[in-house]
Design a protein. Structure first.
Length: 390
């Protein structure tokens, strides 16, 4: 019964009339549970243990492990984060002790750490004296600016800044408005974005990440056309999305913008395309027909979580502020950026591994409805068969 979660949710979706969408929330949950099963199997973690233990916890702070944590915790699939938190904090401290920080040029290492830290219930502005925001964003300048590794440094810097509406200090070497302007000015003539500004050939993955970062500013006159052109670029190139990660990033970008890919005719095939990378072991492959990949699976989980949160009326996956999603209203970019200057410390965290919890009530109600529908179908079929026998 190794793949019970996959079998259970697959059977459930066959009976469920909950949604006419290409991928309803029950189906998405089934694929997400499949990823958890695959990751546990790959990392020799018992089905009864938390996913965020063992070798996954040992690799805390690395790409595949951290993205898995963000997806699993924000989806509500895992809440036992104590072992991961302990290992993650230890690994962060060791990097600071031996290397003076996470990475000299890759600011995105800090940005991912900020998001992971928040998911683990800790404050990235004060991790036992370490300030990930200061080192990863505010003091990035001189020989190690935010965009030293390319445009993604600016993109993920903005995402990290807006994860809890962090206030930029007066003496910071960057500003929120400046980062936004640098991103929008890097747009290529085809509407897309590339790692190097003005490089010409746009990249759909990075374009999708730009949309994720600009989502809170989508009603500003200064960004509306930028976002519209980026969406047109992605629509025109969607037939060339050849990897799981590309499809996942685009789906996440759309969901951050409040666009459901299954109800938007421009992108209505994307969720179907995403799940076509799923393998029988529950994992997702980088390319169709290939072996399951931990990184591809983690990115698929991010996309599935993004769909679930959008349809559940929750804040997008990287927006870890408290309460219901903020209403996005038409305003100037200056006003929108200023409105984000709020927190100097993470709200509702105490430095302990108690993650921001996903509201699972909605899913439970859907599950009950699906089971009820299944029982009803079974009863009706039984009645029909009995009548035929008589």
């Amino acid at each position: 019964m190794k793949f019970f979660p996959i079998a259970f949710f697959s059977a459930l979706l066959c009976l469920s009339p909950l949604s006419a969408a290409a991928l309803d929330v029950t189906q998405a949950k089934g694929y997400a549970q499949g990823i958890v099963t695959y990751e546990k199997e790959m990392n020799h973690i018992s089905p009864n243990e938390s996913l965020l233990t063992g070798s996954i916890a040992e690799n805390a702070g690395e790409d595949s492990s951290d993205w898995l944590v963000i997806g699993a915790v924000r989806y509500g699939l895992e809440n036992d984060t104590a072992e991961y938190y302990s290992s993650w904090k230890k690994n962060i401290n060791e990097k600071y002790t031996h290397n003076g920080g996470l990475h000299r040029m890759k600011a995105t290492e800090w940005h991912r750490a900020v998001l992971t830290c928040l998911c683990l219930g800790a404050d990235p502005s004060d991790l036992s004296g370490i300030d990930l925001l200061q080192d990863g964003i505010f003091s990035r300048g001189g020989d190690k600016p935010l965009d030293a590794q390319g445009l993604n440094g600016l993109v993920w810097g903005l995402i990290a800044l807006d994860s809890c509406d962090w206030k930029v200090p007066d003496d910071a070497q960057v500003s929120r408005l400046g980062i936004i302007k640098d991103i929008t000015q890097a747009q290529n003539s085809d509407g897309g974005f590339s790692m190097d500004s003005g490089a010409g050939k746009s990249d759909p993955d990075l374009t999708a990440m730009v949309l994720q970062s600009l989502a809170p500013y989508r009603e500003c006159s200064e960004t509306k056309q930028v976002i519209s052109a980026a969406l047109s670029y992605l629509e025109s190139t969607k037939e060339d999305f050849s990897t799981c990660e590309t499809n996942a990033q685009v789906i996440c970008g759309l969901c951050c913008l409040g666009i459901d890919p299954d109800t938007d005719e421009r992108f209505s095939s994307l969720t179907e395309e995403l799940v076509s990378f799923a393998n029988d072991d529950g994992g997702f492959a980088h390319e169709k027909g290939g072996k399951s990949s931990e990184l591809a699976s983690a990115q698929a989980l991010i996309a599935l979580c993004s769909i679930d949160r959008l349809r559940g009326g929750e804040r997008s996956i990287y927006d870890m502020n408290n309460g219901a999603p903020a209403e996005i209203t038409a305003q100037s970019l200056v006003s929108a950026a200023n409105a984000k200057e709020v927190n100097t410390e993470a709200p509702c965290t105490d430095g302990l591994p108690s993650p921001i919890k996903h509201d699972s009530v909605r899913f439970k109600l859907l599950l009950i409805a699906a089971l009820t529908a299944g029982i009803t179908v079974a009863v009706v079929i039984g009645v029909i068969l009995r009548r035929k026998r008589t």
